[in-house]
Design a protein around this ligand. Sequence first.
Ligand code: B12
Ligand code: SF4
Length: 463
Amino acid sequence: MQQNKKILFINPCLRLNAKRKFPPVGLACILKAVKNAGYEFDLYDMDADNLTVDDLNDFLSGNHYDIFGVGAIVTAFRLIRDIADIIKKHNSDAVVIAGNSVSTSIPEILLKNTKVDIGVMGEGDVTIVELLDSLIKNSMQLSEVDGIVFEENSEIIHTNKRQVIQNLDEIGFPDWEIFNIKKYNEGMVRPVLEEAEESVVFPLNSARGCPFNCTFCYHVFKGDRYRRYSEEAIFNEFKRLYYEFHATYIYFWDELSFPNTQTAERLVMKLEELPFRISWAASSRGDLFSKNDVDLIRKMKSVGCKHINFSIENASPEILQAMNKRINLDKIVEHCDALHEGGLTPFTSIIFGYPQETPESIKMTIDMCDRCRIYPSVGFLQPLPGTPMYEYAKENGFITDEVEYLLQAGDRQDFHINMTKIPSDEFYNMVVDGLKELAAKMGLKFDNPLKTAVYQKPKDAKN
Ligand code: B12
Ligand code: SF4
């Protein structure tokens, strides 16, 4: 295709100097769609190469582009603002497109407070191609491209909602050749520290969205139908990652890999056909397995499953209700016991800091982890745009200036705002002290029990 405009995609770096790198599945899907549509582009991978906005500035001094695409989680709002500033400094006529939740959850704030021109809302695979068709081929008006937001004559225009892709198999999986995947593998996530250093870990996104609606949670597929790739497609992706990229560990990067035990069963049956064994880990709700499922769990283990991620979130029934978690504590315990018995390691995440949090609920939650023999990944409630808790924080004066708040957003392990009635220092120390105690009981040692870098299992774990 004769292309009169040069395109640059930028993968921002959320955690500069991080030891582990994670290849960006969302951007990879976008790049695959753009490549399949016949467009040529360059990729500036700030994450893989550990680059700052100053590096981008230097790069753009010697390289000219007309259209830029960048995507990020909303917590990267500041970075996206800075990237857009640099781009426009070099080319004020450039078109800056942003996707992911920095666009989907705060479209107006993004357009009004940064130099981003067009926001892509929600699923971007089809939208990005139509958008480029509009910008490069003038094949349609911007207003005819579904699923975008832009500003015209100081008015913010939301186009029609983009209908989601019904059959994910049709788009397939990311085209990892576009990335310098070796760089990612050098420091790629090792699910547990004990994993062999030479493990080659790949992400596999096997489902989009989640049918639940927890009050703290935001993802760009919220409100859209939950969709999964077929077992056949996942099976073929296992083969591709194993044969072409020598993957030794596949990490399902889903909100929800198995909505029920039948889906797990079907995948196991398919993976039994593989002529090799490869480790993998997936995610479920905290009440998926019962004591009757131990055989299934053993079968999962026999086809390489190493651990299952889910979220207890909190052990206070009052807080679970405020979260709209729709989960029962007895079921969580049964789920964990079944996993342990079947030989899979349970990993979980916890949120502290709902307004209902008390010293008792903190203790209850840590005791629950102890009972379930899990060292959790802990974070503080960080109200995110598009969630009921964000609205609560605004209504109750915890967030007074949204832009200021978003500019400070980041990791949930850092303490952002305190919406509990416990004084901040006491609250923080209670959590840290509780975690230290839990770690000691499990024979684990951390410099910082909140930032553990990888999941850890008890030192005397059998599996
Ligand atoms: C991998 C991951 C990470 C990785 C990101 C690595 C990377 N380079 O991608 C890491 C570990 C760094 C991470 C960190 C955090 N994460 Co995270 N993460 C995920 C996870 C598990 C998978 C993301 C993914 O690949 N999705 C699959 C793809 C297909 O979906 P997608 O990324 O949304 O992409 C689509 C669209 O967004 C859009 N799009 C994406 N990029 C682009 C780019 C362009 C140009 C365009 C046009 C469109 C576009 O099109 C894509 C295809 O349709 C998701 C859960 C999930 N299943 O999505 C959570 C998730 C994205 N994370 C979340 C959160 C809360 C966090 C943290 C804040 C948690 C924490 N520990 O503090 C931090 C952020 C830290 C920070 N400093 O900012 C939330 C998002 C919250 C929000 N409001 O957006 C999610 C949804 C989990 C959840 N339900 O809570 N995360
Ligand atoms: S927290 Fe988990 S179960 Fe709840 S809406 Fe988000 S992804 Fe779904």
